[in-house]
Design a protein around this ligand. Structure first.
Ligand code: LLP
Length: 420
């Protein structure tokens, strides 16, 4: 893996550009992505798939900035989307409809129509009701919708309950025990074509074994469904590979992909077309969030560093108790560190970004919040009427403004006071 965010002469750089210079020029809070890191992660998937019938569909929800999507489109990636909005982004970024898989538990009629008209590769359908609706929508427009069922293999992905999706108790997918009947129902629907089978067991998964368990269950179903007369063209194993935020030890991408492909070989299914839907592992460590220290606030129990980024910019700590490492952009040597909670200006006690960080800080210092490339900007909001951060894509010594900082005027543009 390239180390896209490393220290050179005592200062953190994004590829070849000093982080301090970026903050100076573009302001903070500021998301910074590395093209080399995005490319490297994608190539790790792609090269592990060399010589195989396999396709990587980037899960757009993890980071849907057009520049990021464009990097992946240029590399030949497909895309996994969960809304009509994500489809529009993929197309605007140069992705091809035929490389798009449409996932999600609540597709609307309008979204189905748009995706059918665009010609997406496959709909990952999550319920009988959705099958029936898609059949009707396709029929109305004289089309045949390619489908796979997202089956819920009921395996424990051993991850945070909010991001575990493959258990019976989750809202996602068709229950394993109902899946054969659902495929039979699909076989009887004139405007659907069965293309494959799909599962996704969760996110930030750091072990391979839950995937292998899920694949075994999916293969049981494949045999049943094919016996019922529906050839399964591809098997989509979902996304979910974890990254290192702290001391996690996920397998690296190549090891993960090889373990999965080898497992299909061992089970006699090496000839199958295999799809992956990774999000976090492609973008998570390809991004940082730069923020400036506004105030240091010593306390009786805790010392706080109040910074200019907040929970509206990076929701993961507040939402999932998630850990993001924090580093000084230009660490000060020779002074004793203090243990700080890094908190934002939003009026909520839950507005924290990191806890118990040992740092030497002064007001005005810059901090880098690590691993912010996935589920960072995309989950940001305008809470407390805070314009959303700018996003940059750094490529060597070049800086591309991937998204300008939002303005207050933009924020209020669609609102109005009452008439007289
Ligand atoms: N495919 C499907 C159907 C999904 O639901 C997801 C993520 C992915 C692929 C990509 O999973 P990944 O490779 O990124 O783990 N906001 C949470 C994560 C939510 C994940 C939702 N589904 C977080 O910040 O941790």
């Amino acid at each position: 893996m390239v180390n896209a965010f490393a220290y050179v002469n005592g200062e953190l750089h994004a590829e070849r550009v000093p982080a301090g210079q970026l903050a100076e020029q573009y302001g903070t809070p500021l998301y910074v992505y590395s093209r080399a890191a995005l490319t490297d992660a994608y190539q790790a998937y792609a090269s592990a798939c060399t010589g195989r019938r396999a396709k990587i569909h980037y899960a757009v929800k993890a980071n849907s900035n057009l520049a990021v999507l464009n990097v992946f489109a240029r590399l030949g990636a497909g895309f996994d989307i969960v809304s009509g909005g994500e489809l529009a982004r993929v197309l605007a970024a140069g992705g091809k409809p035929h490389d798009v898989v449409f996932s999600g538990v609540g597709k609307s009629t309008a979204e189905m129509r748009i995706a059918l008209d665009a010609g997406v590769r496959c709909f990952n359908v999550e319920s009988l009701a959705e099958l029936a609706r898609l059949n009707q929508v396709a029929g109305e427009s004289g089309q045949i919708a390619p489908i796979s069922l997202r089956v819920n293999p009921d395996v424990d992905a051993k991850t945070h309950p909010y991001i575990s999706t493959g258990l019976k108790a989750n809202k996602f997918g068709v229950a394993f025990d109902d899946a054969r009947a659902a495929y039979r129902a699909a076989l009887g629907m004139k405007h659907l074509r069965i293309a494959g089978i799909d599962c996704h067991i969760g996110s930030q998964i750091t072990e391979i074994s839950p995937y292998l368990d899920a694949i075994d269950k999916v293969l049981e179903l494949v045999a049943q469904v094919e016996a019922d007369g529906a050839p399964i063209g591809h098997i989509d194993v979902g996304g979910g590979l974890g990254i290192r935020y702290d001391d996690e030890t996920p397998p690296d991408i190549g090891t993960f992909v090889k373990a999965i492909l080898d497992h299909f070989d061992r089970r006699g299914h090496g000839h199958r077309e295999i799809w992956f839907e990774p999000g976090r592992s492609l973008v998570g460590n390809a991004g940082i969030l730069l923020t400036r220290v506004e105030y240091l606030k010593p306390g009786a129990v805790k010392h706080f560093a109040i910074v200019d980024a907040a929970m509206n910019d990076l929701a993961r700590p507040a939402m999932y108790d998630a850990y993001h490492a924090v580093d000084a952009v230009a660490p000060r040597d020779g002074q004793p560190p203090v243990i700080y909670d890094i908190v934002g200006p939003v009026c909520e006690s839950g507005d924290w970004l990191a806890r118990d960080q040992s740092l030497v800080l002064k007001s005005g210092d810059l901090l880098a919040i690590r691993s912010a490339g996935a589920y960072g900007f995309v989950m940001s909001s305008n809470y407390n009427t805070r314009p959303r951060a700018a996003e940059l894509l750094v490529d060597g010594a070049r800086v591309h403004v991937a998204r300008r900082r939002e303005t207050l005027a933009q924020l209020m543009d669609d609102e109005s006071t009452l008439p007289d």
